[in-house]
Design a protein around this ligand. Structure first.
Ligand SMILES: Cc1cc2nc3c(=O)[nH]c(=O)nc-3n(C[C@H](O)[C@H](O)[C@H](O)COP(=O)(O)OP(=O)(O)OC[C@H]3O[C@@H](n4cnc5c(N)ncnc54)[C@H](O)[C@@H]3O)c2cc1C
Length: 436
């Protein structure tokens, strides 16, 4: 049996690791992971890569070595189509940065295919956004932002050295969800460290961050009390928070709102919502929802093809809310983690000729971290069946634990312990900010 998993992200890498250990190593199946990149960074950390708090080169997991250690194989490749009758997927030509072809377009056969290719930012077709704003969908984009941020700070420091004229760097972030909120706070931490590491003319008043949200409040997934507390905390840091503000156009150096207000910007980040990649709209005739997510059965097999599974942000899975209303399972790391566990079980059940299980989403709450300053969140279940608002150190601990759980799923106990230890050591020996 050949199992092909496309996408080595929050869900796909956990699945490949678990199937590699349980089936691949025992010779019960060939497990192949395909990804368009060579390394994995847990996506909720991308805003830290963007601000320079996290060094993607040092903290990423290399797919090839990880595959070798865990009983599966890895190939680099970008999925672009499928022939369901022949059971083959199509991979685009692989080119280097100069556009030179490394590998031609290829096909890869499968018995079971798992799609775990995540999501991309949704610009909702708003004019100029894809041309002028940076998205935080991949390590490459996060690094691009980090480089531009560093260059802007260097230029600002030089200008401030030359004259006392009013020089300010404006960063505008659209989207008041976790990504926008967390990135806003990270930028203030970055400013502090740039000043410490030699860009000494840059003072707090020289960085202006504006956060724009179309809805009436930040973090709609969290309750109003937490959303209000985060709003206040961001304003205390110096972020200009603009809710009920709809962006209608992006220009080279500004965002324009429905009311005609212009937000002048040196850097613009778009984090206002996600959709699954556009090519899924025409992927072997499979059904998708408005966010391009492949519709799945409760077993997480896509509707109309029992040999294909979808999980994580690219899967359109319906759940029943507390109010009895049907809604989509949210595109979050914990959803990808839970779906990867179920797909893993179901593929092992197929190998053992057992019936398949159905997916039930458990909401363990939401957490948002304002860099090293503080964290807020809501934890569900546990001792009580209700929810518990947490903030400060407890919330920060719970936030970090989410990442540790992902590391546990891919590295096991011993390695996670060692990685945690080495993270602690690195805190002392590495600079607090990536400066190159
Ligand atoms: C900045 C940021 C902060 C976030 N913070 C949180 C948070 O605090 N809590 C939370 O729950 N969620 C958070 N999320 C959302 C969370 O990261 C996603 O829901 C989660 O990563 C989805 O997992 P996934 O496995 O579906 O996809 P991903 O983790 O996105 O992985 C997709 C993988 O597929 C690969 N891929 C994509 N297209 C192709 C292709 N065509 N061919 C081959 N490979 C491909 C990609 O390279 C990637 O490795 C955040 C997201 C961002 C961007």
């Amino acid at each position: 049996m050949k199992i092909v998993i496309v996408g080595g992200g929050a869900g796909g890498l956990e699945l490949a690791t678990s199937l590699g250990r349980k089936l691949g190593r025992k010779g019960k199946a060939d497990v192949l992971l395909l990804d368009r990149g060579h390394t994995h960074i847990w996506k909720p950390l991308l805003h830290e890569v963007a601000s320079g708090s996290l060094d993607a080169e040092a903290d990423a997991v290399g797919y090839r070595a990880h595959a070798h250690q865990n009983g599966f194989t890895f190939k680099v490749g970008s999925l672009c189509g499928v022939d369901r009758e022949r059971k083959v997927i199509k991979l685009a030509a692989l080119t280097d940065v100069d556009g030179e072809e490394i590998l031609p377009p290829r096909e890869e056969s499968y018995d079971y295919l798992v799609l775990a290719i995540g999501s991309v930012s949704n610009d909702f077709g708003i004019e100029g956004v894809s041309d002028h704003c940076i998205f935080l969908d991949s390590i490459g984009q996060a690094k691009t932002f980090q480089r531009r941020l560093l260059n802007r700070f260097i230029r600002l420091n030089r200008d401030l050295d030359k004259s006392d004229a009013d020089n300010t760097m404006h960063v505008v972030i659209v989207g008041g969800g976790a990504t926008g909120v967390e990135l806003s706070a990270e930028l203030f931490k970055a400013r502090q460290w740039f000043a410490t590491y030699g860009l000494k003319h840059v003072r707090p008043e020289h960085l202006q961050v504006s956060l724009i949200e179309a809805g009436p409040r930040l973090l709609p997934a969290l309750n109003e009390r937490i959303s209000g507390a985060v709003h206040t905390e961001l304003e205390n840091l110096g972020v200009s928070v603009n809710v009920s503000t709809m962006v209608v156009r992006a220009e080279k150096d500004a965002l324009v709102t429905k009311d005609g207000e212009r937000f002048q910007a040196d850097l613009m980040v778009w984090a206002a919502g996600v959709k699954a990649p556009d090519f899924l709209k025409d992927f072997g005739g499979l059904e998708v929802n408005r966010a391009n997510q492949l519709l799945v059965e409760p077993t997480l097999q896509v509707k109309g093809d029992s040999s294909i599974f979808a999980l994580g942000d690219c899967a359109g899975c319906v759940m029943k809310g507390d109010d009895g209303e049907e809604r989509w399972v949210p595109p979050r790391a914990q959803s990808a983690h839970q779906m990867a566990s179920l797909v893993g079980k179901n593929i092992r059940n197929i190998a053992a000729n057992k019936p398949l299980n159905e997916f039930e989403y458990s909401d363990y709450g939401s957490l948002v971290s304002l860099s090293d300053f503080t964290a807020f969140g809501r934890l569900m279940g546990g001792i009580s069946t209700g929810s518990l608002n947490v903030e400060g150190r407890i919330a920060r601990f719970a936030y970090v634990s989410l990442y540790r759980m992902h590391q546990l799923a891919i590295h096991g106990w011993l390695r996670t312990l060692l990685v945690t230890l080495s993270d602690r050591i690195n805190r002392y020996i590495r600079p607090k900010l990536k400066l190159h």
